[in-house]
Write a new protein. Structure first.
Length: 246
């Protein structure tokens, strides 16, 4: 089975559309969405509607912290994130809000554990930025692969049979074979707000038959998204971040 995995769409219609177009050409059997469909971007309604349609068609989806903040204004966020959520909330219908609120924090797909942030207290939205911070997630599951988002930074980490955890390069040149003698954790990056120096949308494909994990980057019309952000009066740093990719 070939699984396409997207995370941190963040109201970016152009990035989401480009990723979905690429997925349609990749012989994908299952789509997985790892949260943060809203926040930061100018098209939250379209992105939530699209996510709802994908789930209705069989996609798996979990909740992100920005999705949670729609229903819970007390969710801890920085000033820019808070301003964008406050702008987003009245633009969503009751059905869209109910959909986001009902999403689970974690799911499993065979030997794959799915979560937005960390399996260690997923409701607390811990960032997995390096091998040290991945240890607690490995402790929470026997799954051979954990896939998450939240950091917006493509990352690949393994744990060997001795329990040693180490970080690897998240290469985009070719699929990476995930040795079956190890357990793995992958952060797929962000569709809607990359932060690793690339302005291209990020998502990943996992082939369960070959045990290969592919980090993909897809160019999209960043200029249109930036224009929409500014026209909506959203904080200028959001536009700058899309243009710089960090």
């Amino acid at each position: 089975m070939r699984v396409a995995i997207m995370s941190d769409i963040h109201g970016n219609r152009e990035g989401f559309s480009a990723a979905l177009d690429d997925i349609s050409d990749r012989r994908i059997d299952q789509i997985v969405l790892l949260g943060d469909y809203v926040g930061y971007g100018p098209d939250p309604e379209w992105c939530v509607d699209t996510t709802m349609r994908l789930v209705e068609a069989g996609a798996l989806a979990v909740k992100g912290n920005h999705d949670h903040a729609i229903a819970d204004p007390s969710e801890s966020m920085n000033t820019i994130a808070r301003a964008t959520i406050n702008w987003t909330r009245p633009r969503l219908s009751k059905a869209q809000c109910d959909f986001l609120a009902a999403l689970p924090l974690t799911l499993e797909l065979g030997e794959v554990a799915l979560v937005h942030a960390s399996l260690n207290s997923p409701e607390r939205w811990h960032y997995i930025l390096d091998d040290r911070r991945a240890v607690t997630s490995f402790r929470q599951t026997t799954a051979r692969l954990i896939v998450c988002g939240h950091t917006h930074l493509p990352t690949l980490i393994s744990q060997d049979t001795a329990g040693t955890v180490r970080q690897h390069q998240a290469l985009t040149a070719a699929p990476v074979p995930l040795l079956r003698s190890r357990r793995w954790l992958a952060v797929v990056g962000s569709v809607g707000q990359p932060r690793d120096g690339s302005i291209a949308a990020a998502y990943a494909i996992f082939d369960t038959a070959t045990s290969e994990f592919e980090f993909r980057r897809i160019a999209y019309d960043v200029g249109t998204t930036v224009h929409k952000l500014r026209a909506a009066g959203l904080p200028e740093p959001l536009a700058i971040r899309l243009q710089k990719g960090k």
